[in-house]
Design a protein. Sequence first.
Length: 97
Amino acid sequence: MERRLKLSFPILHDAGNRTATAWSLAFVFSPELQAIYKGFGIDLPGHNGASAGWTLPMPARFVIDGDGALRQSEIHPDYTKRPEPATTLAVVDQLTG
């Protein structure tokens, strides 16, 4: 993704929601909610990969500098409230500028 977007910094792609799960940022569907989604014909594990199972990550963004220090984080359990890209890019610009 970094090459395609011509970025000068790496982006974590969390295949299978492993990082989100480890950081307690993954929402696990209850059996009842799974049944509702299946009733609508939604195959979440098929769409997101079997290793993700019936989980979805919370919208989150972290900016970590080259020394491993956390410079910015935004997390929200409501999937409709997403971090603003401009805010994140401003922090990245400060670090790379």
